[in-house]
Design a binder for this molecule. Structure first.
Ligand code: S3P
Length: 435
C-alpha cells in the first residue's frame, strides 16, 4: 500500500465520543489463513478493512482459495465466506504473490507454503523488501522446505516439501509471526513441533488453531502442536483491534476533559499491556469485559484524561506493547516522561521506528533521546507542531496525528495515507472525536 497524501492535524481541546475500532489485524490474518486450509467453509465476521489483511486474501485467492466478501461496513468490518481447501490443499500459483506492506502475511503464509511441495514466489512493497526473513527461513528450512532469498530479504521463493520434519525451535527474537509460521508448518508435519520463546508473545495463533478444532499445548513459553490434525471450517467474529483503539485511548488520556468509549475491542491478555502502561502514565481507564465467549476475549474500554506521570517500560513488557510504543511516545511528549529499552525490534518494523519516530517528534518540538534498543521521551516542553514524515509507516502516521492534537500549532503529516494499512477510517474518526 503506497499512499502519499498529506493531512494537517490541528490542536484539539479534547476528544469525546464512541468508537468501534477495525477488526484486529493479527487475528484477521490468522482466521483467513487457517480457513483456507480447513475442511469446509468458514464464515468470518468483523474481518479487518485494512490493506494488510486484504493482501492476505489476495495471496490466498492466488493459491486457489475461494473467498467471497458477503458484507462490508465501515464500523462492523468485512464479512467473508472462505472455502477451505483442506490441509496441504493450496494450488500452485500462476503469478508472484504480493504481500504488499504486510510482514505478517509473508511470514505466516511462508509457514503454510513450506508444507506445499511446489515453488511460490512472494514479494512485497519497498518497506517489506527491507524486512528480515531469516528468522522464518532458518526454521522452515530445518523442517525441510527450501526458501530462496538474497541476504535473507524478500522477495522469497518458498519451495515446500511433503512431508516436513517436525522440530523443536527456540527463536532468537520474541516474535509471534515466527512462532506462527513454525506452528502452521508443524500442523502439516508428522510428529510434534514445538516453539520455545524467549518471552511470551501474542497467542492468537494458538487460539485460532483451537477455534478451527486443533489441539495445541502450552507450557510456559513453549507451544507444541501435533501435526496432521485436520481443521474444520468455523464461524468466527474478529474483535476490534486494541492496537488501533490505542490511538483513541492515548488521545483521551492526553487531553483534559476527554472521554472516549472504545467498544468491542479485543482484550486478549497478551495484547493488553497498553492498558497497564497507560494507567502507569496517569490515564484513567475503565475496562468492562463482555461475558466470556470462547476464543478471543473482548469488551469495552472507557478512557479519560489523567495527570501525566513518568513511566518505564521494561524489556520483558515489550512484546505486549510492541505496536503501541510509537503512540505511547507521542503521549509522553505531551507532558510525560517515558523510557523504553529492549525494543530493538522497532528498528525492523514497517520503518526503523526508533529513528523515524524520533525525527518526527523532534520536528514537532519534542525531546526524545534515541537509544539502540529504545528511547527516552522527555515531555518537559510543549510541542509546537510542524512537518513530519510518516515514512510509509501506518503506526507512525497515526501516532504523529495524536501528538499533533496536543501541540500548540498545526502539524502536517506527509504520507498520512499509510494509516490505511491497518485503519482506513482513522482520519475520519479523528475528525468526529474532535468535533
Ligand atoms: C504480529 C506480531 C508482531 C507485531 C505485528 C503483528 C502478529 O510482530 O509487531 O504488528 O500478528 O503476529 P513480530 O512477530 O515481528 O514481533
Amino acid at each position: 500500500m503506497r499512499s502519499t497524501f498529506a493531512v494537517t492535524v490541528h490542536p484539539a481541546a479534547r476528544v469525546r465520543g464512541r468508537v468501534r475500532p477495525p477488526g484486529d489485524k493479527s487475528i484477521s490474518h490468522r482466521y483467513a489463513l487457517l480457513a483456507a486450509i480447513a475442511d469446509g467453509t468458514s464464515l468470518i465476521e468483523g474481518y479487518s478493512t485494512g490493506a494488510d489483511c486484504a493482501s492476505t486474501l489476495a495471496c490466498l485467492r492466488a493459491l486457489g482459495v475461494r473467498v467471497e466478501e458477503t458484507g462490508r461496513d465501515a464500523a462492523a468490518g468485512l464479512s467473508l465466506a472462505i472455502e477451505g481447501r483442506g490441509l496441504g490443499g493450496l494450488e500452485v500459483p500462476r503469478a508472484t504473490l504480493d504481500a504488499g506492506n504486510s510482514g505478517s502475511t509473508m511470514r505466516m503464509l511462508a509457514g503454510v507454503l513450506a508444507a506445499h511441495p511446489f515453488a511460490t514466489p512472494i514479494t512485497g512493497d519497498d518497506s517489506l523488501r527491507r524486512r528480515p526473513m531469516r528468522r522464518i527461513i532458518v526454521p522452515l528450512e530445518r523442517m525441510g522446505a527450501q526458501i530462496d532469498s538474497v541476504d535473507g530479504l524478500p522477495p522469497l521463493v518458498v519451495r515446500g516439501a511433503d512431508p516436513l520434519s517436525p522440530i523443536v525451535f527456540a527463536p532468537e527474537h520474541a516474535s509471534a509471526q515466527v512462532k506462527s509460521a513454525v506452528l502452521f508448518a508443524g500442523l502439516h508435519a508428522p510428529g510434534v513441533t514445538s516453539v520455545v520463546e524467549p518471552l511470551k508473545t501474542r497467542d492468537h495463533s494458538e487460539r485460532a488453531l483451537r477455534a478451527f478444532g486443533a489441539t495445541v499445548d502450552e507450557d510456559g513459553t513453549t507451544v507444541s502442536i501435533a501435526g496432521r490434525q485436520r481443521l474444520s471450517g468455523a464461524r468466527l467474529t474478529v474483535p476490534g483491534d486494541i492496537s488501533s483503539a490505542a490511538f483513541w485511548l492515548v488521545a483521551a488520556a492526553a487531553l483534559p476533559g476527554s472521554e472516549v468509549v472504545v467498544e468491542q475491542t479485543g482484550l486478549n491478555p497478551t495484547r493488553t499491556g497498553i492498558i497497564d502502561v497507560l494507567r502507569r502514565m496517569g490515564a484513567h481507564l475503565d475496562v468492562e469485559p463482555d461475558v466470556q465467549a470462547p476464543g478471543e476475549p473482548l469488551g469495552r474500554i472507557v478512557a479519560r484524561h489523567g495527570a501525566p506521570r513518568p513511566a518505564v517500560i521494561a524489556p520483558e513488557e515489550v512484546p505486549g506493547v510492541i505496536d503501541e510504543l510509537p503512540v505511547l511516545a507521542a503521549l509522553a511528549t505531551l507532558g510525560g516522561d517515558l523510557q523504553v529499552s529492549g525494543a530493538a525490534e522497532l528498528r525492523v518494523k514497517e520503518s526503523d521506528r526508533i529513528t523515524a519516530l524520533a525525527a518526527g517528534l523532534r520536528a514537532m518540538g519534542g525531546r526524545i533521546e534515541e537509544r539502540p534498543d529504545g528511547f527516552h521521551v522527555l515531555g518537559d516542553r510543549p510541542l509546537h507542531g510542524g512537518n513530519v514524515d510518516a515514512r510509509h509507516d501506518h503506526r507512525l502516521a497515526m501516532a504523529f496525528a495524536i501528538a499533533a492534537l496536543g501541540a500548540t500549532g498545526p502539524t502536517t503529516i506527509h504520507d498520512a495515507g499509510a494509516a490505511a494499512v491497518s485503519y482506513p477510517e482513522f482520519f475520519s474518526v479523528l475528525e468526529s472525536l474532535c468535533a
